[in-house]
Design a protein around this ligand. Structure first.
Ligand code: ATP
Ligand code: MG
Length: 457
């Protein structure tokens, strides 16, 4: 378990000591429920909760110290034996402490960013590296500042490599995360439209993702997607060695002869420096091959041999709701409801067309955070459905309704806009026929998976 002295905390965060009692502490936590005797409670103000309102709970659970950013709340701490530290920004302090802890280890750290596929690539990379090393990886989708601090504070002496997912919600964020994690290897998967509302343009998104490339030192490694013009252009941002992966363009690591098997598997021939290896991933579609190629590039850089790569990829288990194929009665249900962006929605539609099915039905919920391009992006999805011969389009949400109109104008005969999960479930129950395949996709907040639950009842 991490252990910090008062001196460490002062050095890492520059905190002001408001009250000094205990001078040695265990781990740091932002959640009073995980506070154990001797730990430090760090009060973070989030969207829904303010940690400063739980100081008494932290103390009751045995916290030896608290770090806070609101001096007025000190009176809430009744226990005389607590060390109280003040910082201006507790989130920054959390990252600084995590960075301090990370600096005590000399293992290689891999960081992964991109608009789509970060979690999948993180898990694929960890699966490959676990064939040879003891791996620490970001749990679930914990890719924010808090998530990364949590991950780094989980570093233990037995770990031999760390795989970190880095999310991005604005310029400067990846720079901050990378400044703390100090990655040796940086992977940028792609630059799409996700978060365009926050960043204004795709160029700005590329700039923000490019911060990871800029953070890799000259003796490190940068892994870039050669098929995405924005990531390909990032090569100039670093002095580090660059390895590229791609399918359509020339790259160091490529995939050919990509075949989808209906049992939710994709097989491809992976080529690197004259070597050719047949690889299988338990995932559907070309977009996941990109994620696998990035993971292979990381594996090769970490000296994993091909037989281990093959084994690691084959045994990878995906996090749920990412093109998860389920059989329900006589129908194929595809749960891709984890999230949706224009890039990942088109990838999912392409995959749907490959699946063997009598009719292909797409149940589409709004794609959020697209700002000014929202309407146009949804209309494009509608036309994309028509061009890919989707038989039935059912939409949910005001934006997805724009896709419905565009799909109708482009020739899809059966298009229906619905107002609730229940209405969609009812509609599906009346129209579904043996052999149909139904894809569910929309932004996280649209909770498209709820419709599947209703169907299962
Ligand atoms: P988040 O930003 O929510 O953390 P993420 O970048 O971690 O997302 P995943 O969770 O791996 O991405 O996948 C999210 C969605 O993107 C899934 O629907 C998946 O099918 C799709 N996807 C995965 N990889 C790619 C890719 N390389 N290109 C386009 N879409 C992809
Ligand atoms: Mg993720």
């Amino acid at each position: 378990m991490p252990a910090f002295t008062l001196e460490d905390l002062k050095n890492y965060t520059g905190c002001e000591i408001m009250k000094q009692n205990q001078t040695t502490f265990g781990d740091v936590s932002t959640d009073t429920r995980s506070i154990r005797p001797g730990m430090i409670f760090l009060a973070i103000k989030g969207e829904n909760f303010d940690g400063h309102n739980f100081l008494d709970k932290a103390v009751a659970n045995g916290a030896a110290g608290v770090i806070l950013a609101d001096k007025s709340k000190v009176t809430k701490i009744q226990n005389e034996n607590i060390t109280i530290l003040y910082v201006k920004d507790t989130l920054k302090a959390y990252l600084d402490i995590a960075g301090g802890w990370r600096s005590r280890f000399s293992l290689p750290v891999l960081a992964i960013t991109g608009s789509n596929g970060k979690t999948t690539t993180k898990d694929l990379t960890a699966a490959i590296l676990a064939e040879r090393y003891k791996v620490l990886k970001t749990q679930k989708n914990f890719n924010s500042e808090i998530g990364m601090a949590l991950t780094l504070l989980s570093l233990r002496p037995e770990h031999e490599v760390a795989v970190i997912e880095m999310g991005m919600r604005g310029l400067g964020q990846i720079k901050t995360l990378a400044g703390i994690a100090k990655p040796d290897i940086g992977i940028v998967l792609n630059v799409g439209n996700t978060h365009i509302e926050l960043l204004g343009s795709q160029e700005n998104i590329a700039k923000a993702k490019g911060e990871l490339v800029e953070a890799i030192k000259a003796d490190g490694l940068v892994i870039l997607n050669a098929d995405n013009k924005y990531t390909a252009a990032m090569a100039v941002k670093t002095k580090a060695r660059i390895v590229t992966f791609g399918i359509d363009n020339k790259a160091d690591i490529t995939a050919e002869n990509i075949r989808m098997l209906d049992s939710n598997k994709t097989v491809f021939t992976c080529k690197e420096a004259g070597q050719s290896v047949e690889l299988t991933i338990p995932l559907m579609g070309k977009h996941n091959v990109y994620d696998a190629l990035a993971a292979v590039a990381a594996g090769r850089a970490m000296h994993i041999d091909w037989s281990m790569i093959k084994h690691g990829l084959a045994n990878f288990t995906s996090s749920g709701m990412r093109f998860e194929i389920l059989r329900l009665k006589d129908y194929t249900i595809i749960n891709d409801a984890y999230n949706a962006s224009p890039l990942s929605t088109k990838a999912a539609i392409e995959n749907l067309t490959i699946l063997p099915a009598k009719r292909r039905i797409f149940v589409f919920g709004d794609m959020k955070e697209l700002g000014a391009i929202a309407q146009q992006a949804h209309e494009e999805v509608g036309r994309f459905c028509a061009a890919h011969k989707i038989d039935i389009l059912i939409t949910f949400g005001a934006l997805a309704d724009c896709a419905a109109i565009a799909a109708k104008c482009s020739g899809i005969r059966f298009v229906q806009s619905c107002k609730s999960h229940e209405e969609i479930a009812m509609l599906l129950k009346t129209i579904l026929k043996k052999g149909d395949a139904v894809l569910f996709k929309g932004s996280h907040s649209m909770q498209m998976e709820k419709i599947i639950e209703l169907l299962e009842k």
